[in-house]
Design a protein around this ligand. Structure first.
Ligand SMILES: Cc1cc2nc3c(=O)[nH]c(=O)nc-3n(C[C@H](O)[C@H](O)[C@H](O)COP(=O)(O)OP(=O)(O)OC[C@H]3O[C@@H](n4cnc5c(N)ncnc54)[C@H](O)[C@@H]3O)c2cc1C
Length: 327
């Protein structure tokens, strides 16, 4: 995963001790030069994926999970009253039988094709990218900045240690027109947003460089497949402008685990478990996707975005962030 993240605070208090950066306010820089400043509805945390994933893996391991790095799941099927799961680990293919499976393979994987998931045929595709910058003591303290450019947007925030991360998304068409490589796209984005250009000109590149993603489909997906409970981006990808992707992934993972537990304790059959999870997932997350899509269209349309920004500015941005977080 390329991005470093700003994540919702209320659900991430335990992460505070990992010296994540804390953010309370933001600014949305529109292409015409206008900036909409806003307070975040709740403080957010800036933490790198490396650090967050490490904390989560250690916690899972401490709670008794058998954590395997580098194992690749290649198939999962209902079998008797449970499942068969096939995976490759250290170049050896094996199979386990299990009573419950939670699918958390992120926004796109060959497994989606194996399940013939319909979102793969959507024409509206985006690509994500990120790049790191060296720590700057005074820059962006307590703040996240978002910049809109033709066909995409990106955001700058601090992560632990004060390093600065830029991450963005861009439509497939604009990416193709920008020329080869992420550098060419960033040059185009800087030309399209003077505030982005001014802020980046103060920063020095960090050691990681550009990282890019495969195709990103911003959409809700079926929350279950053949009885498998889908969590995180595997159940649907939210726009990163809300900073809610990680928090929603954690929340849906907890919901999936709690529902699977009811199956393991004998309260629900496999089929009832899948139905209960689908209903609970839709109640809790479905509306966020509709709002996320509406705001993406709004901010990526230069005319409507500028007018909306001028008329309702901060209130609109705060509403967009709240709506995408399900509040
Ligand atoms: C450019 C960009 C910027 C973003 N910025 C933010 C942000 O600032 N804040 C925020 O909260 N969210 C942000 N997001 C969204 C956030 O990254 C996701 O919502 C979040 O990572 C989802 O977590 P996940 O665990 O579902 O998926 P992932 O983080 O993608 O994790 C899935 C994991 O499954 C593994 N996997 C995949 N297939 C298999 C397989 N077959 N077998 C075994 N393992 C497999 C992958 O290797 C990966 O480790 C951003 C997204 C993008 C694209």
């Amino acid at each position: 995963m390329p991005c470093r993240a700003w994540i919702a605070w209320a659900r991430g208090r335990k992460i505070e001790s990992a010296t994540a950066e804390r953010m309370t306010r933001g600014a949305l820089h529109l292409p015409g030069g206008r900036a909409v400043r806003f307070e975040l509805p709740r403080p957010a945390l800036g933490i790198s994926r490396l650090r967050l994933d490490d904390l989560l893996a250690k916690r899972a391991s401490g709670a008794g999970a058998d954590v395997r790095f580098g194992a690749r799941v290649v198939g999962a099927w209902p079998h008797d009253s449970g499942f068969r799961v096939r995976f490759v680990f250290r170049q050896e293919e094996s199979e386990v039988h299990t009573r419950a499976v939670i699918g958390a393979w992120g926004r796109w994987d060959a497994l989606d094709r194996a399940f013939e998931r319909r979102f793969l045929s959507r024409r509206s595709r985006f690509f994500g990218w990120s790049r790191d910058y060296a720590p700057e003591a005074a820059f962006l303290q307590g703040e996240v900045r978002l910049y809109v450019f033709g066909g995409g947007y990106c955001g700058l925030s601090r992560v632990e240690g004060g390093a600065i991360n830029l991450a963005g998304i861009v439509s497939e068409n604009v990416r193709a027109r920008a020329g080869r490589g992420w550098e060419a796209l960033l040059t185009r984005a800087r030309r399209g947003n003077r505030a982005l250009d001014a802020d980046l000109s103060k920063l020095s590149p960090g050691p990681i460089g550009f990282l890019g993603t495969g195709p990103v489909f911003f959409t809700a997906k079926p929350p279950t497949e053949d009885g498998i409970l889908m969590a995180g981006d595997a159940a649907g990808v939210l726009d990163p402008f809300s900073g809610e992707g990680q928090a929603a992934a954690l929340a849906s993972g907890i919901l999936a685990a709690e529902t699977a537990e009811r199956h393991l304790s004998g309260e629900l059959s496999r089929e009832e478990c899948a139905r209960a999870y689908s209903a609970a997932w839709r109640r809790r997350f479905a509306r966020r996707f509709a709002w996320s899509a509406a705001f993406r269209r709004l901010i990526l349309n230069p005319w409507i975005g500028a007018i909306a920004g001028r008329l309702v500015g901060e209130r609109l941005v705060r509403f967009a962030i709240r709506a995408s977080s399900g509040e």
